[in-house]
Design a protein around this ligand. Structure first.
Ligand code: ZN
Ligand code: ZN
Length: 119
């Protein structure tokens, strides 16, 4: 869950609030994007994790010490979260699912202002 009580200052995006993603999303691309979004849109930046973490989570049925250790949850600013989401929603080498991707982007389109995509 993003936590607006925790202020973070990002060198790229400036002051923002804290969001949490797994280490694979934070450092990777095209990892798949799963989140704790309950569908209400109440939290624009729900905790998020990659496909590998999700399969471990599914196997265990819940987050526990082992799955949390594997995920290595990383704190990001809201701007970085949006960038990470965009980067990981699309699988590397798969260009055929753009419509789905756009549908998933929702309110994060503003993130595009923060930097041109290199590819
Ligand atoms: Zn992960
Ligand atoms: Zn940032």
């Amino acid at each position: 869950m993003s936590d607006r009580a925790i202020k973070v200052t990002c060198p790229t995006h400036g002051e923002s609030f804290a969001t949490f993603v797994c280490q694979h999303l934070a450092h990777g691309a095209g990892r798949g994007f799963f989140s704790a979004d309950d569908g209400t849109g109440a939290d624009p930046c729900p905790d998020a994790w990659c496909a590998e973490c999700d399969s471990l989570l599914m196997a265990k049925g819940k987050w526990d010490e082992e799955s949390e250790a594997f995920a290595g949850i990383t704190l990001l600013c809201a701007g970085c979260y949006a960038a990470v989401k965009q980067r990981n929603l699309v699988r590397e080498g798969e260009g055929g699912d753009k419509k789905h991707r756009v549908a998933n982007e929702g309110g994060v389109a503003r993130a595009k202002e923060s930097g041109p995509t290199g590819r």
